[in-house]
Design a protein around this ligand. Structure first.
Ligand SMILES: Cc1ncc(COP(=O)(O)O)c(C=O)c1O
Length: 385
């Protein structure tokens, strides 16, 4: 259906940080399929894991024990210090599970019309509940009536949430540790920690949408680990399968005990093929020490952009965490995506005025140089339309 304004290019193969189109042209990929292919394209060990699993078993059902699902859950629990996992096929579905946990958690406390605090400028998906949670009018437009039960506050503003402490219907906060689609907004240090404290004080669930930030993107396995906290609920997707569709909703403590058989389900979620790919992804991340690499290289990339663009008046801000980098201009710059494509570089522009770079973790040093040089030149030469 007519859901995307697609760029005039079709990729047919890839290797590492490079994609090849159907005319044999090569492109440096600084998007990673929107933070999905963190280990790059056609990673041999990922391909091998998929082939081996496909030769063994692709799908049974959640009616039965699923060995690979249990193994991936164990691994995620070990990495996150959480207690239980529900596997889905996408990020939006993982958030749906989180929102259902919040509502049932409230129901168990006698709250019949539970409310979840969500943020301005957020993005949580395109299903009816997740688009309703999303803080973007363009995403809502045409789809009213929205799902009710959300209270919206400004991002990175603890006071705005504190002010809601007297509302007896609130059961949870749903927040991205770094806002991705909203323009790569990194909150002040201590923000998530303060939200965790507020949740403890009010018996709310802290639910972190780590769909874009998780699996190493910000230089920790999960972005909240920069603040040394553990949330009650965390959602993952995107990079968990390096391109194989998989999502996960993790829960801890009381949140992990909310669902009982019959409360939630999925046909495909947690199937052996997706989970075997997830296991391989986490294994490669771990054995190649990509987390530390992203942490140090990410800071270096932001510093280099700041230095190279410091005299450019139309650059409003350069920010990021790990390999999640935003360069905000003082005017719309969506046309830069096409201009970069013409220079064989894939970039993304979000919120109209912010270049978003999400390179794969396997990007080589000379490819980082190429990415920085091309983006800097594009920004320097860009004129407001
Ligand atoms: C923070 C966040 N949450 C949820 C989603 C939705 O994930 P999906 O497109 O897999 O449904 C996205 C996708 O961009 C996202 O960035």
């Amino acid at each position: 259906m007519n859901t995307y304004s697609r760029l005039p290019v079709m990729f047919v193969s890839g290797s590492g940080a490079v994609l090849k189109d159907n005319h044999n042209n090569e492109y440096l990929d600084a998007v990673s399929g929107i933070a999905v292919c963190s280990l790059g394209h056609a990673h041999p060990a990922i391909a091998e894991a998929i082939c081996n699993q496909a030769n063994q078993l692709i799908h049974t059902s959640n009616l039965y024990q699923v060995e690979k699902q249990m193994q991936l859950a164990e691994k995620l629990i070990a990495l996150s210090n959480m207690d239980r996992v529900f596997f889905s096929n996408s990020g939006a579905e993982a958030n749906e599970a989180a929102l259902k946990i919040a509502r049932k958690f409230g129901h168990q406390k006698g709250i019949e019309r539970a409310k979840v605090i969500v943020m301005e400028n957020s993005f949580h998906g395109r299903t009816l509940a997740t688009l309703s949670a999303t803080g973007n009018e363009k995403v809502h437009d045409g789809f009213y009536p929205l799902v009710e039960g959300f209270v919206r506050v400004p991002y990175d503003n603890v006071g705005a949430i504190e002010a809601l402490s007297n509302d007896p219907d609130i059961v949870a906060i749903l927040v991205e540790p770094v806002q991705g689609e909203g323009g790569v907004h990194v909150p002040k240090d201590g923000y998530l920690k303060a939200l965790k404290t507020l949740c403890e004080q009010n018996d709310w669930l802290l639910m972190l949408d780590e769909i874009q930030t998780g699996i190493g993107r910000t230089g920790k396995w999960f972005a909240h680990q920069h603040e040394g906290i553990v949330p009650d609920v965390m959602t993952l997707a995107k990079a968990l399968g390096n391109g194989m569709p998989i999502g996960a909703c993790l829960a801890k403590g009381k949140a992990a005990e909310v669902f009982a058989p019959g409360n939630h389900g999925t046909t495909f979620g947690g199937n052996p093929l997706a989970c075997a790919t997830g296991i391989a992804t986490l294994h490669i991340m771990e054995t190649h020490n990509f987390i530390e690499h992203v942490n140090t290289k990410g800071q270096m990339i932001v510093e280099r952009f700041k230095e190279a663009l410091k005299d450019i008046a139309h650059v409003v801000d350069i920010r990021g965490k790990g390999f999640m980098i935003g360069i905000q201009l003082d005017h719309p710059c969506g046309d830069l995506v096409q201009k970069a494509l013409e220079q064989n570089l894939l970039i993304n522009v979000t919120r109209g005025d912010t270049i978003r770079l999400l390179p794969p973790f396997v990007i080589q040093n000379q490819q980082i140089d190429e990415m920085i040089e091309k983006v800097v030149n594009l920004v320097k030469n860009h004129q407001a339309q």
